[in-house]
Design a protein around this ligand. Structure first.
Ligand code: FMN
Length: 211
């Protein structure tokens, strides 16, 4: 089959795009509103995009997604734009239910840490708290936000680029100094409404050097 997303209907029961570009790591983003209300939400349009300096991105959609709806950014994006800071917490198999709870579209003054029964741990370099139960945290400062080009009549998505200024790793997910996926068990998003995978098996393949 072939279809043009802008012009054609795909004719499938669900949009396949999310299922094709996957698995996607989950950035579980904590931030603070200008009034100091903690916010926590998962973003699977998320990734690390550079080593030096280490930088991550996530992309927040507008809501609602409908055509000609008034534009309303996600709280995470609004908070990061207002305060310039966020933390990316790693979502693991053990934290899957709590991660899912924090995706509920609550009001801006909802503290999703409390809602999901999670503990706040203070960060070292930024104001937003970390998810204490998560074994790895990336403390980030905003580099820039980029409004992504939208289709006519649709609200734009916002790409957030952050520099990772501090990294916390719980020793319990390390083996011989390496992050051990069998211990960490990060979850990743597949497609459709609620499909995920858990990464606890890896294989090694060394890059060839040019002869
Ligand atoms: C696993 C998972 C991944 C998600 N990824 C994204 C994403 O990449 N972008 C987005 O806009 N919403 C995403 N969502 C939905 C947001 O988490 C949801 O809209 C949330 O309420 C946003 O919270 P906020 O308004 O506090 O930022 C995802 C939800 C789940 C469960």
């Amino acid at each position: 089959m072939f279809y043009r997303p802008r012009l054609d209907r795909h004719g499938l029961p669900h949009n396949p795009f999310n299922a094709i570009v996957g698995p996607r790591p989950i950035g579980w983003i904590s931030s603070l509103s200008p009034d100091g209300v903690a916010n926590l939400a998962p973003f699977s349009f998320f990734n690390g995009v550079s080593y030096t300096p280490p930088q991550v991105i996530f992309s927040g959609g507008a809501r609602p997604h409908e055509k000609n709806a008034p534009w309303d950014p996600k709280d995470s994006v609004a908070n990061v734009e207002a305060t310039g800071e966020f933390v990316c917490n790693i979502a693991t198999w053990d934290l899957r239910e709590q991660m899912n709870l924090t995706s509920a579209e609550g009001p801006p003054d909802l503290d999703e840490f409390d809602f999901a029964g999670l503990t706040k741990a203070p960060s070292e370099l930024v104001a937003p708290p970390r998810v204490a139960e998560s074994p790895i945290h990336l403390e980030c400062r905003l580099v820039q936000t980029v409004p992504l080009k939208a289709w006519e009549g649709y609200g734009h998505n916002t790409l957030v680029i952050g520099e990772v200024v501090g990294i916390h790793i719980d020793e319990r997910v390390l083996t011989d100094g390496l992050v051990d996926y069998a211990k960490l068990r990060p979850i990743a998003r597949l497609g459709y409404r609620g499909d995920y995978t858990v990464v606890d098996e890896t294989f090694e393949m060394i890059r060839p050097s040019w002869p």
